[in-house]
Design a protein. Sequence first.
Length: 126
Amino acid sequence: MLMGLPNFTPVISRKATGLIESMKKNYTLACVAAGLLSAGVISGVSPLAAIALESSPLLAKNSVSQTSESGEDLMASGRELYALGQFSAAIEKWQQAASMAESRAEPMVRAVALSYLSSAYQELNQ
């Protein structure tokens, strides 16, 4: 402690502390899920769950700069086709996106694309 200066300890409210802990937990869960998806340990995650991973602010910060416009377009087109029930067409888009992500060493984008593929194949009972 410097002479003449009081000892300063920041005070964080319980609500803020709870929010910080919740954010840490959500980020950790998203990272673990993405890692398991990319490693092929789990599959069959719904497109909505995968969208949550893809759109996580903490994850999106890194993936936005790495993902090309055409890769994002493929993912979005696949989601639209899936929502319309055109599962085979969605599969084509997501296969292209997964291949592109693999060639560009983008494991998070690839994990999301593979998760989407899993859901589309399940819809087709394949």
